[in-house]
Design a protein around this ligand. Structure first.
Ligand code: BES
Ligand code: MN
Ligand code: ZN
Length: 495
């Protein structure tokens, strides 16, 4: 997809389709007025029928308008003037793209200079347009024998948006494109089936990231190397699997090498059967998505490198497959984590925390400025938040607040749950330092409490994305969340 800025008035733009907004009650935007005046009132004549009222997301195509260079005009409803908020703007963009992708128009121009989005500036809107456009163009076909039809839209131009400068709009279009591509990158990894996307596949994939970017290096720890480091907890999860577990370390250097990095840690369970605590069969296929935290970390590292952020970032992926077998971990087994703490594994289906705790101990060696782990960790997070919020728990209020603000800004929202000491005793074990489950209540909180035992010395936040990482049903597929949130957080940091 090509993105550009064009400064000609909307009636003089050479494109297959020019998009102009119409406000509620059929009020013409400034751009619509220009086209209307040039085209002997082509727009007013249509609005006269009252079929189209300018309601948010409404669309109406006009063909071959006279005295207008473009072959089509798309009227798009922008809703109440002065009431266009960020969510409404995204709806406007996506209804526009959805309509055009089903036409034969391949070059489109968005004449949206009069749009003012509440609490957002013009660069936000420009970045969002390219981001949404990349996300709309994604089609999964890696394991289909007929490949997807090419996406209809090839180029998108914008006029200079309200209050913006050409240079800043152009660079915003670039940034949005990078973020959109990163979201698709995470979706693709998430969507690949468990027999292809194994821990070894994820490791090779991460290494290929390093070969594409001079600023990125990767290191993959084998089971043997992890055993030497004492990662008994992580290793216990892959015991039942023929696939070798991997710890994947991705380093991005955008600042001086002595600048402490920001750390991301991803849960990479490439398939979660539950192990000996076997899951019920219904919808078990969706447990191929249990590596979506890892996918978001890998894709975010790629975006950070593409954006050339002026900071250092380290991404760690704890990858394993959770299978039952004669060699699998059994309920009641006790393992020793890298931290030295012993863990009684009362339920082998609570495996995410077992891989994460060793990865969280491992990142300590980088002395990170903050650590964010991302994991499809608990069904309880789905019960609590459904699909809209990333569950957030943290031992640092400032970090938690920053993450919530970032999520709000990019519409990849997180909502905080308490990490109170009162919940910690639910993890008491008669036989080890800590149990890996806290009983049937407050499951998202007790999972985070478990992780907090391994992050006491760090400024840490945990994102439980069990509800937000993929859609079920007819739209089944990975969402790429929380890549936008992570990229926004890192973009706000300085070396
Ligand atoms: N990967 C699952 C969490 C999950 C379940 C995410 C369903 C999305 C949908 C995780 O490994 C798991 O099985 N968690 C258990 C923990 C329990 C045994 C304490 C859960 O949530 O049931
Ligand atoms: Mn599980
Ligand atoms: Zn899991």
């Amino acid at each position: 997809m090509r993105y550009s800025v064009k400064v000609d008035p909307p009636d003089k733009i050479n494109a297959d389709c020019v998009v102009v907004p119409i406000w509620n009650k059929a009020v013409l935007s400034d751009e619509a007025k220009i086209i209307d005046a040039a085209s002997a009132k082509a727009i007013s004549k249509i609005l006269h029928f009252k079929d189209f009222s300018g309601k948010l997301g409404e669309t109406q195509l006009i063909y071959n308008p006279i005295n207008v260079k473009a072959k089509r005009i798309l009227l798009v409803g922008a809703g109440n003037k002065n009431k266009l908020d960020a969510k409404a703007a995204v709806k406007l963009i996506s209804s526009t793209l959805n309509l055009i992708r089903n036409s034969k128009a391949s070059s489109i121009h968005l004449a949206l200079s009069s749009l003012v989005v509440k609490n957002r500036n013009s660069t936000w809107l420009a970045a969002r347009i390219s981001q949404e456009s990349e996300i709309a163009s994604y089609q999964y076909d890696a394991t289909k024998s007929t490949k997807a039809k090419a996406y209809a839209i090839k180029s998108i131009s914008l006029n200079i948006l309200n209050g913006g400068r050409r240079k800043s709009i152009e660079s915003a279009l670039k940034c949005g494109q990078i973020i959109g591509k990163a979201v698709n990158h995470a979706r693709e990894l998430g969507n690949l089936p468990g027999n292809i996307c194994t821990p070894t596949y994820l490791a090779r994939h991460a290494s290929s990231l390093a070969s594409r970017h001079r600023s990125v290096t990767t290191q993959v720890l084998s089971e043997k190397q992890m055993a030497r480091l004492g990662m008994g907890s992580l290793l216990s999860v892959g015991n039942g699997s023929a696939e070798e577990s991997k710890l994947i370390v991705i380093q991005y250097k955008g600042a001086k090498s002595n600048s402490a990095p920001f750390a991301l840690v991803g849960k990479g369970i490439t398939f979660d059967t539950g192990g000996i605590s076997l899951k019920p069969g219904a919808a078990m296929d969706e447990m191929k998505f249990d590596m979506c935290g890892a996918a978001s970390v890998v894709a975010t590292m790629g975006a950070v490198a593409d954006l050339k952020l002026p900071i250092n970032v380290v991404g760690v992926v704890a990858a394993a497959e959770n299978m039952p077998s004669d060699r699998a971990t059994k309920p009641g087994d006790i393992v020793t984590s890298m931290s030295g703490k012993t863990i009684e594994i009362l339920n082998t289906d609570a495996e995410g925390r077992l891989v994460l705790c060793d990865a969280l101990t491992y990142v300590e060696k980088f002395k990170p400025r903050s650590v964010i782990d991302v994991a499809t960790l608990t069904g309880a997070a789905v019960a609590t938040f459904g699909s809209h919020a990333n569950a957030l728990l943290s031992n640092n209020e400032k970090l938690a607040n920053t993450l919530m603000q970032c999520g709000e800004y990019v519409l990849d929202r997180a909502w905080q749950l308490p990490l109170w000491d009162e919940y910690q005793s639910l993890l008491n074990s008669n036989f080890a330092d800590v149990a890996n489950i806290g009983g049937p209540r407050a499951g998202t909180i007790t999972a985070a409490c478990f992780l907090s035992r391994f992050t006491e010395r760090q400024k840490w936040a945990h994102l439980d994305i069990a509800g937000s990482a993929w859609h079920s049903g007819s739209r089944k597929g990975a969402t790429g969340r929380p890549v936008p949130l992570l990229v926004e957080y890192l973009s706000r940091q300085k070396a």
